[in-house]
Design a protein around this ligand. Sequence first.
Ligand code: FES
Length: 146
Amino acid sequence: MSARRYVVATEDEIPPGARKIVTIERREIGIFNVDGEYFALRNRCPHQGAALCEGHVLPALESSGPGDQRLASGRLLQCPWHGWEFDVRSGQSWCEPDRMRVRAYPVGVVDAGEASGFPGLVPGPHVAETYPVRVEARRVVVDLGG
Ligand code: FES
């Protein structure tokens, strides 16, 4: 089978924080530049088919443990239809709002140092389709596989 690698842009066309949506082999694919790294996702939400790559790109809150929180620039792609969030790097969804309930916990005041752990994210059931992207001779290239 012939190579299925496609030049989709020059580096200048997709600077950090930007995206470009292209059509390759009748598939719409969004290419995102996150802090100089490129990622490609199918422009179709695995939930109900919205144009996922047209959604807002949001910062992700990262933490290595209690007392450590920082915002990582644009890593979460929010679907424009129902707001589910997908990791731009892996296509992994990070919420399942129609099945999840927020649990309430009692709150009290404790002495400093007794604070409890920091809750982590739970992976959702959906994963958006992703493709490898690399830069060759200052051209952004998407690889659809051989
Ligand atoms: S179609 Fe994307 S979250 Fe529903």
